[in-house]
Design a protein around this ligand. Structure first.
Ligand code: UD1
Ligand code: UDP
Length: 373
């Protein structure tokens, strides 16, 4: 281990910034606060996501307190956003001097805060370490590689993560297979989610089948041809089944920029809705006939629910959702997307199982690592 944590009460920063961070940090926050004689935990929100529906909704649903620090960085180019996070979080670090920071996933807030801390010789733990898509064209892959390279504790969700890190020469003492922390939140709130009345609120007859859609990868939505390829497939699939599409702000912006609003409005069975809160989204996932997505986390949650997932990407950093779960990769091609959806509609459904340590106890395993024995 490159750093030994000091004995005695430790100050820990948990970093959140974007939507997929909240459901990963909430269980950890709750677990650390059970040991308040051993840890002084602070929640730091960079403000990378700031709309109510991309941030506050999750603090409410996941029963998290207001962040101790809110850095208000907002949107920008990668350089602008990363620089702002680094500048503002460094000030917090210099003032607060934590003994450990924990970052999650692969967003810009993850790598920016990790770089800040490591240069001040503050130990960094990376939650969801070791995942690799092996596609450096994705900004998230760069964030994963950077963060793993400088972190002291690499907390992996699945054993492919351990294998990737070992292959990159990371010493095995730094790697901890702790499991998938998103599943801690999912298991905690799935009963509450079952009671969500989201289908009524969006006027969908709950006895009818629907497919659930999310889309936000730059490679899918930031160029008009790519986005049209996907929308054309949705148009065809919506002739057979209702489609519910809680739309990410990046995608809303791009549909407007490419003048595709009319095309989308004309699809009578495509129900475009603003992003929804955590309980509502879990409900939409568990009751869906299938899911069409390019999200990272939704590949995992659908595997847990046993709901078929068509991932509209050429690769995934979460291969276990394919080898063990219900996930299938689909190329960016209108016919391929339609064909895979039709297979499901005609009853050809991929079955899966739940991977090891996706069991609701990941936060416990993590906090044990940092407790002084
Ligand atoms: C970010 C992450 C991505 C993650 C996704 C989860 C990076 C590089 N990308 O992508 O890995 O899968 O979050 O949702 O960190 N916007 C709003 N309101 C908000 C937030 C964003 O309107 O609250 C709009 C802005 O126009 C912004 C655009 O969405 O420019 C993109 O936001 P950004 O945080 O840069 O990237 P995401 O696409 O959200
Ligand atoms: N999610 C949500 N409401 C939505 C869309 C997604 O609560 O309208 C949740 C989803 O259940 C999962 C997480 O957001 O827990 C995934 O985040 P996202 O797809 O934005 O990011 P990624 O995982 O691709 O980085």
């Amino acid at each position: 281990m490159s750093f030994k944590l000091k004995k005695g009460k430790k100050k820990v920063h948990l970093i959140v910034g974007a939507r997929p961070n909240f459901m990963k940090m909430a269980p950890l926050y709750k677990e650390f606060t059970k040991y308040d004689k051993e840890f002084d935990v602070k929640l730091i929100h960079t403000g990378q996501h700031y709309d109510e529906r991309m941030s506050k909704f999750f603090f409410d649903d996941l029963q998290m307190p207001k962040p101790d620090e809110y850095l208000e960085v907002g949107s920008g180019t990668h350089g602008q956003q990363t620089a702002k996070i680094m500048e503002r979080y460094e000030e917090v670090l210099l003032k607060d001097k934590p003994d450990l920071i924990i970052v999650a996933g692969d967003v810009n807030s993850t790598s920016a805060c990790a770089i800040d801390a490591v240069k001040l010789h503050i130990p960094v733990a990376h939650l969801e370490a070791g995942l690799r898509s092996f596609a450096r064209s994705m900004p998230e892959e760069i964030n994963r590689i950077l963060t793993d390279a400088i972190s002291d504790y690499l907390l992996t969700p699945s054993t492919d993560g351990d294998e990737n890190l070992l292959a990159e020469g990371v010493p095995k003492e730094k790697i901890f297979f702790v499991g998938n922390i998103m599943i801690d939140s999912l298991m905690q709130y799935q009963d509450r989610a079952k009671r969500s009345d989201i289908l009524n609120r969006i006027n969908i007859d709950p006895t009818q089948d629907y497919a659930l859609i999310t889309l936000h990868r730059p490679s899918n939505v930031d160029n008009k041809n790519g986005l049209l390829t996907i929308l054309n497939a949705f148009e065809e699939i919506s002739r057979s089944i209702n489609l519910i599409f809680p739309i990410h702000p990046r995608t809303t912006k791009q549909i407007q920029a490419f003048d595709l609003e009319d095309k989308v409005k004309k699809m009578k069975n495509l129900h475009l809705i603003p992003p929804v809160g955590y309980y509502d989204f879990l409900k939409l996932q568990m009751d869906a006939k299938f899911i069409l997505t390019d999200s990272g986390g939704i590949q995992e949650e659908s595997t847990y629910f046993g709901v078929p997932c068509l991932t509209l990407r050429p690769n995934t950093e979460r291969p276990i959702t394919i080898t063990e779960g219900t996930n299938i990769l689909v190329k960016l091609n209108t016919n391929d997307i339609i064909n895979e959806a039709q297979k499901i509609l005609s009853g050809n459904i991929k079955k899966g199982s739940i991977p090891k340590y996706w069991d609701g106890n990941t936060a416990k395993r993590i906090v044990e690592i940092f407790r002084v024995k």
